[in-house]
Design a protein around this ligand. Structure first.
Ligand SMILES: C[S@@+](CC[C@H](N)C(=O)[O-])C[C@H]1O[C@@H](n2cnc3c(N)ncnc32)[C@H](O)[C@@H]1O
Ligand SMILES: [Zn+2]
Length: 275
């Protein structure tokens, strides 16, 4: 089956998760496109995703960055994070609607859900088209959407789990999308995250996530925090991708030598409920 047909099939099965980002009415997946009750129409891309943006946006995240992120995430660098999130989902749900908001190139979501025991629907949204295109290329049977967290194309009170991994938050939108019993799982860097890159390129003061964590606590209820720290051994072929995958190196010439054999992962996993 062609990729676009397989994507349409998955969308048709799960169209009740979606709403029009312009008029907020329900939408139907037809053979040609996606259309709402007021006839706002959105094209389905051949590559297996849908673009819900009403005007194009330019982001600084490009195809090269997302391909590099895919290479790094698929190498297993974040497996302890994926395992922890799987456990959080499986402890609570037998069935769940899961969405990754700011999913980038989608590999975190794909690796998390592919091994959960719960029966799940899988949706991912990012404002960067290049990210969603890479996601659709690598991971089938997921509802991949280009969309803005400020105007997202999903129904209210629909998702049991909203993931928000190393991405900006929009708490009003998280609360709108979650069921009464739903949870946000937000992943934020701590001071030691990729510290080898910071040390190689900057004389930078220690980064602190205090403000981000405080905002999470102000906006969500029953907050729990897990601290996850480890080092990951790097094979030589991963080093160029590590260099390209992060905004940390945006202002650094590509030919700066980076000779690393391991890298530090240092993250907070924040879990919060709506009520
Ligand atoms: C550092 S990347 C992380 C991507 C992915 N979660 C990962 O960890 O690989 C941050 C992502 O947030 C996305 N983003 C920023 N603002 C957004 C918005 N308003 N709506 C949706 N996504 C947004 C960016 O396009 C980018 O893909
Ligand atoms: Zn509409």
């Amino acid at each position: 089956m062609k990729k676009i047909d397989r994507f349409k099939q998955y969308m048709k099965q799960h169209e009740s998760l979606l709403r029009c980002p312009i008029c907020q009415k329900g939408i139907k997946v037809t053979d040609d496109n996606v259309v709402c009750e007021q006839n706002h129409a959105f094209d389905i891309a051949k590559k297996g995703y849908i673009n819900f943006m009403t005007k194009p946006v330019n982001t600084k995240y490009d195809k090269e960055l997302f391909e590099a992120r895919h290479h790094i995430i698929a190498s297993g660098m974040y497996e302890p994070l994926h395992k922890k999130i799987r456990t959080l989902i499986d402890e609570k749900y037998e069935t769940a609607n899961i969405i990754d908001l700011g999913c980038g190139e989608g590999t975190h979501l794909a690796y998390i859900v592919n091994e959960v025991e719960a029966e799940v629907t899988k949706s991912g949204m990012d404002i960067a088209k290049e990210g969603v295109m890479t996601a659709a290329k690598n991971h089938l049977d997921m509802l991949w959407c280009v969309g803005d967290l400020a105007q997202s194309p999903f129904q209210s009170s629909t998702f049991d789990v909203a993931l928000n991994i190393l991405s900006p938050a929009n708490y009003d939108e998280f609360k709108r999308l979650l069921t009464d019993d739903g949870m946000v799982i937000k992943v934020v860097p701590r001071a030691g995250y990729l510290k080898e890159l910071r040390e190689a390129f900057y004389d930078q003061e220690d980064y602190t996530n205090e403000q981000t964590v405080d905002r999470f606590k102000e906006n969500m209820n029953q907050v729990e925090t897990y601290h996850l720290s480890y080092t990951f051994s790097l094979s030589k072929d991963l080093v160029p991708s590590l260099h390209k995958m992060t905004p940390l190196t945006w202002n650094v010439a590509r030919d700066v030598a980076l000779d690393l054999s391991e890298v530090s992962i240092d993250l907070d996993i924040l879990i919060g409920k709506t009520s």
